[in-house]
Design a protein around this ligand. Structure first.
Ligand code: GN1
Ligand code: MG
Length: 362
């Protein structure tokens, strides 16, 4: 990563003399995140937003400000702690939600929630159940959010849009890798109709669009030290979509017994216990607002998003690795193979998945 004067950048948000330390945090695929320590003891998260992916950072920050203000009102109504259960943005000293540096990089800051933790992998059904409650609660609190939001990533989780990007990459073969990837390309082609016919239901409004998170993998939710859920973080992608994609993306992450980029495919399996636990927690919060159509498609939701992720990782590999950060040359291919293993496992377990949803949703 390029070198930035992180103290100088932080001083656009906080009094310079109070800044004690700035250290990198986590492994986001898109943004770069740092923890800023201050003399008073309060810590902050500083993020360089990826301006190649988020081409309108001001609109994105505006979305986050509107959504967190709404969430804070709902949290207060429910006797929660608005400083711990959602993000609190820290504006710049001149009152903006972001700072643009001399290299045209965009930076934003929020409070670091003390005593919180996140997970990269799920290690128990309890965590899965709490995660389900967290995702369901986030959606429930936004059911009555009706302010207009900018469409930050047009086509996000829209498989028709993904196939348009895909068709271009297949046609242009930018990295010259297509010939070696015949089998993998066929994985995407053979599921085209099935995936598009689901998306058509969203396009036709049979499955409603609501304001949702859009990136619900396990690492994007905070827990307290007792394992209870605090709230969803990484709100960059909050915009209109179907709740099914939040449910599905969480299922992709919570039910996987291996890492997203596991090389040993025998470690990658769909765990039905965790599916049961996550869905239990989710429905405790969401059952009250879901429509019959949404419930009907819960069993398919994990497959849809896992398939999209196979497509996105493979497409980035075929495109020459421009979207996701990679740690080694074949990283996107390894991610593709691991996510495909999970997808096929979900397909095999279709009956069991439906049985779980039926038993919980009635
Ligand atoms: C990206 O931002 P991060 O690392 O949480 C991606 C998600 C993918 C995920 C795969 C804006 O999420 O859609 O599911 O990687 N975010 C964007 O781990 O593309
Ligand atoms: Mg994200």
């Amino acid at each position: 990563m390029e070198q930035f004067d992180l103290h100088e950048i932080s001083s656009h948000f906080l009094p310079k003399e109070g800044i004690e330390s700035v250290a990198p945090l986590g492994e986001g695929f898109i943004n770069d995140t740092f923890v800023v320590g201050t003399k008073g003891g309060v810590r902050y998260l500083l993020q360089r937003k990826n301006r190649h992916i988020f081409t309108d950072v001001p609109a994105m920050m505006d979305n986050i400000a509107k959504v967190t203000a709404h969430l804070k009102r709902a949290i207060i109504r429910e006797d929660g702690d608005p400083l711990r259960e959602t993000l609190t943005l820290t504006p710049t000293v001149d009152g903006k939600l972001y700072h643009v540096d001399a290299q045209h990089e965009y930076w934003a800051m929020c409070l670091f929630i003390a005593g919180s933790r996140s997970y990269e992998t799920v290690d128990s059904s309890e965590i899965a159940c709490c995660g389900g409650k967290g995702v369901g609660k986030f959606q429930r609190m936004l059911v009555d959010f009706h302010e207009p939001l900018a469409d930050i990533l047009p086509g996000f989780h829209n498989i028709r849009f993904r196939y348009q990007q895909w068709d271009r990459v297949i046609r242009e073969n930018p990295a010259g890798r297509n010939a070696r990837m015949k089998t993998e390309i066929e994985w995407i082609e053979s599921r085209r109709n099935e995936m598009l016919s689901f998306w058509q239901k969203v396009e036709q409004g049979i499955i409603p669009s609501r304001v949702v998170h859009n990136d619900t993998k396990i690492s994007n939710i905070l827990f307290d030290s007792n394992g209870a859920v605090l709230g969803m973080i990484d709100l960059d992608t909050v915009q209109q979509n179907t709740v099914l994609n939040d449910f599905g993306d969480a299922i992709r992450s919570y039910t996987n017994t291996g890492a997203e980029d596991e090389k040993d495919l025998t470690k990658v399996n769909f765990d039905i216990e965790r599916f049961h636990a996550f869905t239990t927690g989710y429905l405790e919060e969401a059952a009250g607002f879901l429509t019959a159509e949404e419930v009907e498609y819960l069993p398919f939701a994990g497959r849809y998003i896992t398939f999209e992720q196979v497509l996105r990782f493979l497409m980035d590999y075929l495109d020459g690795d421009h979207y996701y950060k990679i740690k080694y040359p074949e990283h996107n291919l390894i991610r593709t193979l691991a996510q495909y293993k999970l997808l096929t496992d979900m397909e095999t377990r279709e009956r069991d998945i439906k049985d779980v949803v039926c038993s919980l949703a009635g």
